[in-house]
Ligand binder design. Sequence first.
Ligand SMILES: [Zn+2]
Length: 254
Amino acid sequence: MRIKPSIQARIRVPLSVVFFNASPSYMVSGPVYVWVIEGEEKIVVDTGIGLQAKYPSEGGGENGLRKALESEKIRPEDVEKLVITYLHFDHVGNVHLFHNAKIYVQKLEWKFAKDPIPIYRDLYVEEHVLSLEQMDLCLVKGEEEISPGVRLIQLPGHTPGLQGILVRAKSGEYLISSDHFYTYLNIFPPKQDLVLENESGKVTLTAQKTPFLPPGIHVDLSDWFESCYNALRFAKKSRIIPGHDPSLEGRTFD
Ligand SMILES: [Zn+2]
């Protein structure tokens, strides 16, 4: 079984979205991935950014999605199994194109997306919920094996119903964590001050004493930390794959 992330768009967000307590005025850009899990069958994970996005983005939309899946010779209308890790706008755009797929979403995420707390309302797009309502939606409660060696697990905290995907590869178990961890720095926080530099200038990400670095967006930090430890029951830290890390471009996990 192998896992392949493919870039569908690029997005610019404040650093404070990615890291708890980081600068809200320093902008960073990162890739938006769609994923293909290839084993006995091909499973697509997430569908990228659609036409509406809360943050400035490049690429994306239907063209970005088709291009991202083309390298795996996949057309959205031929996909039979689709996992949406959670329902933020950059993970479920273009979902209406997958009209022949069984679509897996956690029930708690589905409920939250229909009535998000006001501060996070603009991270959800009503049109996505309305599309899903008309589709072959499979609401999952917690853990579920959807194909031999492919298991969904709930990782609440960033949102109530974010799900990760455990994939049994040749070399062992991987966890696609989606945005429970945006980047490897959320999984492995810097032990010394780290200077980041891009066209916005320089900023320091301060050294962390915590074992994991939470994202700036979260509905419950206690749940978030508990989900980190829960994830370690299934996969080693080094085998967790974050949601938006730039270093994933071009990689294959098998
Ligand atoms: Zn995301």
